[in-house]
Design a binder for this molecule. Sequence first.
Ligand code: ADP
Ligand code: MG
Length: 235
Amino acid sequence: PPPPPSAPVGRLPGGEGFSPYSGCKLFSQLPISQKTKDGLKVKYKEMSDIQRASLPHSLCGRDILGAAKTGSGKTLAFIIPVIEKLYRLRWGPEDGVGALVISPTKDLAVQLFEELKRVGKYHTLSAGLLVGGRDVKSEKERVNTLNIIICTPGRLLQHMNETPNFDCSQLQILVLDEADRILDHGFRAEVDAILGELPRVRQTLLFSATQTKSVKDLARVSLSNPEYISVHAEA
Ligand code: ADP
Ligand code: MG
């Protein structure tokens, strides 16, 4: 197993792990598709600290344990690698579920979905939201046509258990967003059950505002040889 994530490592932007892109300040300097650059440039030009520190690593396929306080821009730190991963693999309608983004609440999931639609506007990947309070039956017919799924743990697990044709066996990238809040909501058992259904060979990005013991425990079972990135020692 990977070594336990030790106390806040405080790896600052451009820290120890090597990437030729660690010095980049602008999204336009990153090794990403023109489609993504075009989606970003309407609203975003300079990267925030967590984006500068993590994207050079996540874009070359590494697992990430990222900690940065609320409002620091963690969303783009995973939305960009999710899109780029599937784009580089030429993921298409027949390939099924390639990326899963797990969020603690429906409201947060809806926000992530809006950001994904904005940044991914020029891509042809399909994306969908699986959250509570919606018609689960119509979701069941659609789940396998989605390339990127944004979901809450409970609803995802419901599909894993009840939707006969739901297939995550080709999954390439998993995101656990706001992991501290996922755990605060008591979803550890659900997340463990979800992890048990996913292929072991995949990229995993775990982001959190705080680095609690339970976040480190979850990191230990979900990440493989991650880059530890903490842009604020105290989040
Ligand atoms: P977090 O998940 O860390 O709490 P978000 O990803 O929700 O933070 O981002 C917080 C706000 O900052 C959002 O309104 C987002 O549009 C904005 N933002 C994120 N990255 C950048 C950036 N590079 N430049 C300008 N604004 C940004
Ligand atoms: Mg967030």
